[in-house]
Design a protein around this ligand. Structure first.
Ligand code: MG
Length: 313
């Protein structure tokens, strides 16, 4: 059965098929949320990409994970010096943002030590959302599908006008590039998703949830500050369904066989994040998720092959 949204079908698994979503491109291998990261992932056969969007001071969306620039990844060009202050992206204009390089990790930081296989590159800058959308448009028939995470600024979480403007800016860019059939609007902030549904009923919405902190993501997401308070994972699929969601994206530590089964009964596509270790990837295969969001696409490919699964049809 075809979904009313083509992008949702792209993330739906099937008989012995589980989809692979490149997290921030392929963070384990290439600098995160960069054009070279996205292009490399696509060249490796990963056609489902997850990435994060916030607004800069010039009022347009840029691709970066945190609301403030992230010291372990933002470097002064042509030096080995990583930043020591973390101003908010919303307070930096485009030229200020472009004054940093983001192609290396501070090898001495806790964050840097988590990704010892990541290539260290020079001359890499924060991309605009428009850069990735333009790339996707030019790929033409070789379609890629984008899990576009709209980051909710905890400082503006109660500000309906801020939220409406953020969503409007993102949706306008997606429309400019004619990519509404290749986009999932994805967020921890369910109020943002409600706004997306209002402004763009032609684009599917994807609900992120987190009950338990995953060692792969600890301290990286402000989900608890912006998402609804839920203690029972089994209750979430109904909540997502009632709100018109197409995808439910639980943290890999929270997903259970029962909750995934319930989501399926409701017609939801399930995409778990972020599964990087073999044992958690195996568990997700066993409980029958539709898609696995990972920093290491090759690892997931290997586990799928071992279990007799494919990632494409
Ligand atoms: Mg994200």
């Amino acid at each position: 059965m075809k979904d009313r949204y083509p992008a949702v079908d792209a993330f739906r698994g099937g008989e012995k098929v589980i989809r692979i979503v490149g997290h921030r491109g392929a963070r384990g291998l290439i600098p995160e949320n960069t054009m070279i990261g996205f292009k490399t992932a696509v060249s490796m056969g990963i056609h489902l990409l997850e990435f994060d969007v916030v607004l800069c001071a010039d009022g347009f969306p840029v691709i970066t994970h945190n609301h403030a620039i992230h010291a372990p990844t933002f470097r002064i060009p042509e030096t080995d010096c990583f930043v020591t202050e973390e101003p908010k992206v919303l307070d930096l204009n485009w030229s200020e943002l472009q004054s940093f390089e983001i192609g290396r990790l501070d090898a001495h930081s806790q964050y840097g030590k988590r990704f010892p296989d990541q290539l260290q590159l020079d001359g890499i800058k924060v991309p605009k959302l428009a850069d990735l959308l333009s790339y996707a448009e030019h790929l033409g028939d070789q379609k890629i599908y984008l899990m576009l995470e709209i980051k909710s600024d905890p400082a503006h979480v109660k500000d309906a006008e801020f939220r409406a403007n953020l969503v409007a800016k993102v949706i306008a860019e997606v429309r400019t590039f004619g990519l509404s059939e290749q986009i999932l609007l994805h967020s921890f902030d369910w109020q943002i998703l409600e706004e997306c549904k209002k402004q763009a009923p032609d684009m599917p919405i994807s609900f992120l949830t987190q009950l338990t902190e995953n060692p792969s993501d600890v301290g990286e997401d402000s989900s608890l500050a912006v998402g609804p308070h839920v203690e029972n994972v089994e209750a979430i699929p109904e909540m997502v369904h009632e709100r018109g969601g197409s995808l439910w994206c639980p943290n890999v530590c929270d997903a259970t066989a029962e909750s995934i089964e319930r989501a399926k009964q409701l017609g939801l596509v399930t995409a778990v994040w972020t599964a990087n270790e073999n044992d958690e990837i195996d568990k997700m295969i066993e409980i029958g998720v539709d898609a696995i969001v990972t920093d290491y696409p090759g690892r997931v490919q290997q586990r799928l092959m071992i279990h007799g699964f494919k990632w494409s049809t």
